[in-house]
Ligand binder design. Structure first.
Ligand code: NAD
Length: 456
């Protein structure tokens, strides 16, 4: 499903015109479909530094049915089969000189990358470095990956995962996500893992099998898509939205065999009602409680700060931030409701990172979400649980369709993939963070923005 410009740019006439005028040439992205192979081509793995992760990566990829190749030489640059992905194991960097081999490996390998290909760099976290030279080399990965993301063409992406010593077992789920079509609109991101007891997903086709997931704001837009993707991945979804959206909410819940719960998340008794619902609603196995909570409901009430009334400020804060805090705290406090290994995913926004004119209330609330998940992560880790945020960029929804043509076109093109994301791109990222195997991703904020120039 591509937008009109992407269709035009890929038509015979459009290709000629866009080439001649130097206009953006977006392509339709490879997105996940159940049953799809992890990658449409082989992976080549190279090393810079000591490279302690190579065996882990090779084992995960072989397990996923991916062909793993040895590093290409300069001679192999233009020969060989087109690659599905290029993985650089840059763990064990001691200083900037080690990065020369990163260049030597990546340059010919990237030339062999097919459309919607993946570049993934693995390294040790800069914050754990013991010498300035080591920290410099590790931090250099940041600039390298972000720049590669901006140079790649044809829907390909570049991301990095920082893997601390002892967190190697946390790598499998992020590796699979970043290489797959689930991460189609996640580009230029740097994720830091933590050590955790990492359970295997029950089934890679149904990673949420047997789980109960609450999704707020599920009647439409991104929330409805999150509910559908969670159900596709095996979860029973409790779809929450305001009573006024009751009909649409019931339609979503019926379509996915879920449960509809009409609830204004800002009501004084909202947390109590949700907890009661989760206690009463017993799964087929007789267990009560919830495994996954997605705080998606959000609103905008835009005005320049100097013209903003208190009502606009307060309602946005109440829905976008305070309700997430209150409900999460209530679930933590309610005995036996938040199940072991729970996953909480909070929807932030690019505006919470970059700021946005006319959105001081919205941006403040969404930045608050990022601070909240970072602060809560240690307490969640102690319970074998995680809490993370996703920050969507320009996502094509009914809301963005109503924008004036010029604003919409500029907003959707100023990213490395030269197009807006789809609600499903946000939903896939949330579903991945919700998986049992994502235990080593905690306190992180993942942007789903196609490497937007805003706030980067
Ligand atoms: P939307 O307006 O289409 O849907 C939001 C849903 O939340 C609605 O169904 C609404 O009824 C529900 N909701 C609002 N207040 C509620 C309350 N008090 N209690 C229960 N439900 C409530 O919005 P969307 O575009 O799908 O956005 C979903 C989330 O993604 C929001 O948090 C939004 O801030 C965030 N986001 C969206 C974009 C984008 O481009 N659309 C970009 C960045 C972030």
């Amino acid at each position: 499903m591509a937008d009109w410009y992407t269709n035009f740019a890929n038509s015979g006439f459009g290709t000629t015109i866009t080439k001649q005028l130097g206009l953006p040439r977006p392509v339709e992205l490879r997105r996940y479909e159940p049953g799809q192979p992890l990658l449409p081509g082989p992976v080549v793995i190279g090393s810079a530094g000591a490279g302690r992760l190579r065996d882990t990566v090779t084992a995960v990829l072989r397990d996923a049915g991916v062909t793993v190749q040895s590093p290409v030489t300069a001679d192999g640059a233009t020969g060989g089969e087109e690659l599905g992905a290029v993985v650089l194991d840059a763990s064990g960097l001691t200083g900037p000189a080690d990065l020369a081999s990163a260049h030597d490996f990546l340059a010919p390998a990237i030339k062999r990358l097919r459309a919607s290909g993946r570049v993934l760099v693995l390294a040790d976290p800069p914050a754990d470095a013991t010498t300035p030279a080591q920290a410099a080399a590790r931090q250099a990965v940041d600039g390298l990956v972000r720049s590669v993301g901006k140079e790649l063409l044809d829907g390909s992406t570049a991301n990095a995962v920082f893997v601390p010593e002892g967190a190697e077992a946390s790598l499998a789920a992020p590796l699979r996500f970043f290489l797959s079509g689930r991460s189609a609109y996640v580009d230029g991101q740097l994720l830091t893992l933590s050590a955790a007891d990492v359970p295997a997903n029950p089934d890679e086709e149904k990673p949420l099998a047997g789980k109960v997931a609450v999704v707020t704001g599920a009647a439409r837009g991104i929330g409805a898509e999150i509910a559908k993707v969670m159900a596709r991945d095996g979860a029973h979804v409790v779809a929450v939205d305001v009573p006024a959206a009751g009909d649409a909410l019931a339609r979503v819940a019926n379509e996915i065999g879920g449960t509809a719960l009409q609830l204004d998340i800002t009501a004084a008794d909202a947390s109590q009602r949700l907890v009661e619902h989760l206690r009463e609603r017993r799964a087929a196995d007789g267990r009560q409680g919830v495994d996954v909570v997605v705080h998606n409901a959000g609103i905008t009430r835009d005005k320049l700060l100097v013209n903003m009334d208190a009502a606009r400020w307060n309602t946005v804060m109440a829905v976008n931030l305070q309700a997430q805090l209150d409900i999460t705290q209530a679930l933590l406090d309610a005995d036996g409701v938040l199940r072991d290994g729970a996953r909480v995913v909070c929807v932030s926004s690019q505006s919470g990172i970059a700021g946005n004119r006319g959105q001081t209330n919205y941006a403040a609330s969404k930045a608050g979400v990022i601070g909240m998940v970072r602060a809560w992560a240690p307490e969640f880790a102690a319970r074998g649980a995680t809490i993370n945020a996703v920050a969507p960029g320009f996502i094509v929804t009914e809301m963005t369709a109503k924008m004036p043509f010029g604003t919409r076109e500029i907003g959707s093109r100023i990213n490395s993939l030269q197009q807006g994301g789809l609600p499903v791109d946000v939903a896939e990222t949330i579903a991945w963070l919700s998986q049992p195997a994502s235990a080593g991703v905690n306190g992180q904020t993942v942007r789903v923005c196609g490497q937007s120039m805003l706030g980067a």
